[in-house]
Design a protein around this ligand. Sequence first.
Ligand code: ADP
Ligand code: MG
Length: 256
Amino acid sequence: MAVEDPTETPRVRIDGVGKQYDSAQGPVQALDDVTFDVEAGEFVCIVGPSGCGKTTLFRIIAGLEAPTNGTVSLDGDPVDGPGPDLGLVFQEYHLFPWRTVAGNVGFGLEKTDTVDSGERRRRVQELVDLVGLDGFEDSYPRDLSGGMKQRVALARALAVDPGLLLMDEPFGAVDAQTKKMLQDELLDIWTETGKTILFVTHDVEEAVKLADRVVVMAKEPGRVREVVDVDIERPRNRSDDAFGTHYQRLLDLIQE
Ligand code: ADP
Ligand code: MG
């Protein structure tokens, strides 16, 4: 086996991860021997049918759930509980309804005593601008569209400047037009910040548009079917041949 270059430690290493749940109907093998790496700064999408263990895998990476087998490490350190270097974004926005946009975005910063209130306000404004919500600082979630709420959730996840973003079907609940805008904005933010992104989606077109690599999962038990490189220059256009080829290949793998 090749000796690893320590400067090339993957940001995320998922190594032989298995997860068994005990349910009333008996044991459920949610994940079986899942192994793949995500390099620092890489954008990796995960696609697969409902129930193939995508959310379970995220909960394990985030340290919210312990695997039954295997390990996950972040920059070489095994995950054994929730850590700070991680931002989470879900399909359901999980915003605090009683907090304003600025209050939601600044939430994570309030818990860190290294940031004083002036610095916090500055950072919050920067993030609000970054996600295109300038002018909505004092609005409440109930007054925002789905797309805007998802922008708030993204800004909140970015606030503590995590090295890794885990996004679980973040654009699954917004309309097609808004989704396209959010995808472009996310790609801009990714390019600007150099974050590592692990992104679950149902939408194969979304995966081809966003990812450096796509992990295709299968279910019962949840496992990796194949990892597909998406070596298409950005910005990507769905009408390009290469886009169509990758799209079809992924669709075939999922339907296999
Ligand atoms: P996905 O996000 O890909 O839809 P999940 O990770 O939510 O998949 O679920 C994977 C499998 O594990 C499913 O069969 C689901 O029913 C089961 N599962 C998930 N969470 C639990 C739990 N807390 N207890 C029992 N079974 C669970
Ligand atoms: Mg899920």
